[in-house]
Design a protein around this ligand. Structure first.
Ligand SMILES: [Zn+2]
Ligand SMILES: [Zn+2]
Length: 599
């Protein structure tokens, strides 16, 4: 059973679903002319979308929550009823959004939230009633509200949302809530939420001057990497590229646009057009911005004739791609319209394929561990039951290779049976961050489709033409997303090798400035990134400022340090290492940098 199915069968799901109804009842009691749209349970909570005569305020949220508590305390039971479309329309006569949903159910193929239904599932029109409130719903709910602890839920926020996610339609007000089985669980969740807020990469990205966005003048979903972010990215890319070269990758570069015919051959125009931008006309020929790098690497492959001796081939590129995302979904570095993938394509023979998968998984883990990630969880997606390309034999061999590699690497994994793309099975590798959130970074994806479409071949030992195995691999994923995750994981306090400024020299008074400049010169020569704060501020302020910028080492310099040719070392976490000879500090810092450690 999938994670989602587990959730849908859990008591929490029922609690959250039921509270969405209770919230709608409370809101309609306060706004009797209000219209209700949809209100599903979501991860950690629930929401409901409303069309109301005025904008909701934080005070309204408190009032709604209070009403909800009173309703819950009455322990009303839920009653299910099935009805015909005509009866349902009569029941919801003054609720236009519900009427539209009922019409959808009548037409078939969608559920009561307008979401697509599996082909074999026939929509049933059913309602759930508790107290005076009836909602179009297929459940499940708690048997009665007595099953809900009135102290274990909280309304969190109000957001704008378009009806059916369509920006051309009515804008609604969405209220988010969270609910748990016990007040202790709620408290723990609210703490995690608070922690996540402090780590928000958009807030830290601004404070640490890592990146900027500018929807007005530049356009949404496009990232400006500021000098600190540029340095971080350069250091990360430089390390990764060196590792790629050491591990048998070839570095390649490809252009940002390609002819429409290329995207026709690859199938992108047939199957991925919604994710692509409008064509550019060059001499009467249409070109498209690339949403993926794959077709270019295939053209590179086809630039030569290949024999079985050439393999494995590993083409790697930091390739910048452009994909359409709805403006409402853009989110800092995590959801953008232009991003750079650390992309690679592996080509190999069938007999090499298991080793190649072993290699690519271990290489991915090596790089991720180098950035300080320790907890991994993999998801293996296998052949979908409907349409897919490639022979069953290939699918089984590829799936077996993926699973065997996970076992050998001792990575815990779940199998998403039938969850693969039509063109091949894959592994999604997720990392857990410092506060236990899972983030998807790496993907290792087989492709039985593009080698066919591009008629890729090699000459085998038998002198005949064969198709190579093709594997797509994005390791960090995209540099944008990766740094979004990295900022949140470290709360901006990067390991020393990545910190834009590694040491801040803090002379206590003006007469220590010359000595500070000497020390700075020594550190620079030793490859340590250093800045001097020779402003006239007090030492305490200088330390606080450096701490706020998450500088790993603060080196304080007064008379004593000057005399002893030393620095007094403070760490950004507040630890005080006392006075250390300058040379000794250099050795210490260099070791920490080389080992990619943190302080
Ligand atoms: Zn419901
Ligand atoms: Zn690819």
């Amino acid at each position: 059973m999938s994670k989602q199915q587990d959730y849908e069968n859990s008591p929490l799901y029922k609690i959250r679903h039921s509270l969405a109804h209770v919230m709608a009842q409370a809101v309609l009691e306060m706004f009797p002319t209000g219209k209700i749209a949809i209100g599903p349970p979501i991860e950690d909570g629930f929401y409901y979308d409303f069309d109301l005569p005025r904008a909701l305020t934080p005070e309204d949220l408190k009032a709604i929550e209070k009403r909800m508590r009173n309703i819950v305390k009455k322990r009303y039971g839920f009653e299910r009823q099935e009805l015909s479309a005509a009866e349902a329309k009569e029941l919801f006569a003054d609720q236009p959004y519900k009427i539209e949903l009922i019409e959808g159910l009548e037409a078939g193929g969608v559920d009561e939230n307008g979401e697509p239904l599996p082909a074999d599932e026939r929509p049933v029109i059913s309602t759930y009633r508790h107290d005076s409130f009836v909602d179009l719903c297929r459940g499940p709910h708690v048997k009665d509200l007595g099953k809900i602890n009135p102290k274990a839920f909280r309304l969190l926020s109000i957001a704008g949302a378009y009806w059916r996610g369509d920006e051309h339609r009515q804008q609604l007000q969405r209220i988010y809530g969270t609910a748990w089985e016990t007040p202790a669980e709620l408290k723990e969740y609210l703490h995690r939420l608070e922690e996540a807020k402090k780590r928000d990469h958009r807030k830290l990205g601004k404070e640490l001057e890592i990146f900027a966005t500018n929807a007005d003048e530049l356009g949404g979903g496009l990232i400006l990497w500021l000098p600190n972010g540029g340095l971080l990215r350069h250091l990360a890319e430089d390390f990764c590229k060196q590792e790629h070269l050491k591990h048998g990758y070839d570095m390649v570069y490809s252009p940002h646009i390609g002819k429409s015919t290329l995207w026709e051959t690859s199938g992108h125009l047939a199957f991925y057009k919604d994710g692509m931008y409008s064509p550019i006309d060059i001499d009467g020929q249409e070109y498209y911005l690339k949403p993926m790098n794959c077709p270019f690497h295939i053209l590179m492959y086809k630039n030569n004739l290949h024999s079985y001796r050439d393999f494995p081939l590993r083409f790697a590129e930091w390739g910048t791609v452009y994909r359409y995302e709805r403006s409402g979904t853009l989110h800092g570095l995590l959801r953008v319209r232009g991003f750079t993938q650390d992309d690679a394509h592996h080509f190999c023979r069938e007999d090499q394929m298991p080793d190649e998968i072993d290699f690519v998984l271990n290489f991915s883990l090596h790089i991720l561990r180098s950035f300080g990630f320790k907890d991994f969880h993999a998801y293996l997606s296998t052949q979908p039951p409907e349409k897919s390309v490639g022979e069953a034999k290939q699918w089984r061999a590829a799936e077996a290779a993926l699973e065997a590699a996970l076992k050998r690497a001792e990575i815990p994994y779940d199998i998403d049976e039938g969850g693969g793309a039509f063109y091949g099975p894959k592994i999604d590798l997720k990392i857990s961050d410092a506060i236990g959130r899972e983030w998807q970074l790496s993907t290792i994806q087989f492709d039985f489709n593009l080698p066919e479409r591009f008629n890729m071949t090699y000459i085998g030992a038998d002198g005949k033409e064969h198709r190579p195995y093709m594997i797509h691999r994005a390791l960090l994923g995209s540099m944008e997303r990766f740094f979004g995750v990295l900022i949140e994981h470290f709360a901006g306090a990067f390991p020393v090798w990545l910190a834009p400024v590694q040491a801040k020299l803090i002379p206590i008074t003006d007469r220590h400035n010359d000595y500070a400049a000497d020390v700075a010169a020594k550190l620079k020569t030793a490859g340590i990134r250093v800045e001097i704060d020779d402003s006239s501020e007090r030492m305490g302020n200088k330390i606080r400022k450096a701490q706020k910028k998450k500088v790993p080492y603060m080196l304080i310099i007064g008379d004593k340090e000057m005399e002893a040719n030393a620095v007094a070392v403070r760490l950004r976490n507040g630890d005080d290492l006392g006075a250390i000879a300058v040379d000794e500090f250099i050795t210490l810092a260099q070791k920490t940098i080389a080992e990619k450690e943190t302080v």
